[in-house]
Design a protein around this ligand. Structure first.
Ligand SMILES: Cc1ncc(C[n+]2csc(CCOP(=O)(O)OP(=O)(O)O)c2C)c(N)n1
Ligand SMILES: [Mg+2]
Length: 384
């Protein structure tokens, strides 16, 4: 029997400690009223200054998101996956990290990247076909946003393990969608992290759909949070539209990982208000009544009501945040007003330290095709 198996604590207490609650943790009801958590080891309402910061960042995030959607309609962005409605998950989670921690985002995490300090125009650069990732990953401690589903989970697990091996207390936060949890990479990453106690927090944003596939056709699990126990990984489920609860549950998850207790998996129940991307039409697979039910759970309205109710936010503060969000949107418009000038052969750079013969062949083929199309159209503008 391997040491890992014989060392395993399979007592009832340790099993219970790994299981999520039967219902998602909530601290603010849909009207923004504080509802004390009565579960075991109750989650506490975070300090008011942190909630004010979450509010500010959510408003800025949503405005940037709306601006990006508008830029797709003007042809300035090729594609944009909106996260409107998912602000609590995006922002609260990012704000639980230290500067030295790392984020491993998917394509939908623009708001989280902005909250982490990546300039909005750099976040969107990839989506207009410019340059590889658009921002400097080590500078912001954010891995490139990943489009191949779940690949970022294995990167995060390996990275977190390596950091721990080098004696650093870095935590890796990995974002993944409900659909992504069906991918083999996700399971391999959670298993690896469990076995090697890698300090990773897996944040599953269950927004109900993988493009047009509803969760009921994706998984029969009572909650995606139960995907932790099978790998010996502690987990929790949270109301993903409650910014206070997400902050509190993620604080706990990050502290768990940082203290050497191993990985943690959180399922946040949320909803994407827009289509999958601007190239999708969500009205073809979901009813307006469903969307309206989620409007009533809007994370920004909810936190605003709570902060106003406790005297921590007034009209002047709301106006100041809204003005700040407008200037972020204006700056984004300005920076994306010029035409993107992608250099097609840049695609082949930085893939390997030394380019392989196969890549050379593909590069030459592309150069040939570009030259041919220039001859055909008589156009000179395409750079190579
Ligand atoms: C490995 C892989 N398979 C398929 C796709 C195509 N694809 C892009 S997004 C998506 C749905 C993902 O849904 P989910 O994980 O729930 O994330 P969400 O888009 O809802 O945030 C699919 C199937 C892909 N990008 N990568
Ligand atoms: Mg989804």
């Amino acid at each position: 029997m391997s040491t890992y198996l014989s060392d395993r604590d399979t007592g009832q207490n340790s099993v219970q400690a790994m299981l999520p609650r039967e219902t998602p943790v909530q601290l603010l009801d849909t009207d923004g009223r504080f509802t004390a958590d009565t579960g075991p080891e109750p989650y506490q309402l975070p300090a008011v200054d942190r909630l004010q910061e979450v509010y500010r960042r959510m408003v800025i995030g949503r405005r940037a998101d709306q601006q990006a959607t508008a830029l797709t309609k003007q042809g300035k962005l090729a594609v944009f996956p909106s996260a409107r409605g998912q602000e609590a998950c995006q922002i609260s989670a990012a704000l639980t990290l230290r500067e030295t921690d790392w984020m491993f985002p998917t394509y939908r995490e623009s708001m989280a990247l902005i909250a982490r300090g990546v300039p909005p125009a750099e976040v969107l650069s990839l989506l207009r076909g410019e340059w590889h990732c658009g921002y400097d990953p080590p500078a912001h401690r954010c891995a490139p946003h990943s489009t191949p589903l779940a690949t970022q989970s294995v990167h995060a697990a390996g990275f977190a393990y390596a950091e721990a091996q080098q004696g650093r207390d870095t935590v890796a936060l990995v974002h993944i969608g409900d659909g992504g949890t069906s991918e083999g990479d996700f399971h391999e990453a959670v298993n690896f992290a469990g076995v090697f106690a890698a300090p990773v927090v897996f944040l599953v944003q269950n927004n109900g759909y993988a493009i047009s596939v509803p969760l009921s056709q994706q998984s029969a699990a009572p909650s995606l949070a139960y995907k932790g126990i099978g790998y010996g990984v502690a987990s929790q489920q949270v109301d993903g539209n409650d910014p206070a609860a997400v902050l509190s549950v993620l604080d706990n998850a990050v502290a768990h990982a940082r203290s050497g207790q191993g990985p943690y998996l959180v399922e946040a129940h949320t909803y994407r208000m827009e289509s999958h991307t601007n190239a999708d039409d969500a009205t073809r697979y979901r009813d307006d009544s469903e969307v309206q039910a989620w409007v009533a759970r809007d994370p920004i309205t909810r936190l605003e009501a709570h902060l106003r109710g406790s005297g921590a936010l007034d009209d002047d503060a709301v106006t100041a945040v809204s003005d700040e969000a407008e200037s972020v949107a204006a700056d984004l418009r300005e920076r994306l007003s010029t035409r993107a000038e992608p250099r097609p052969t840049a695609l082949f750079e930085h893939v390997f330290a030394h380019r392989t013969p196969q890549l050379d062949e593909q590069r030459d083929q592309l150069l040939g095709e570009l030259a041919h199309s220039r001859q055909e159209t008589g156009r000179e503008e395409t750079q190579s």
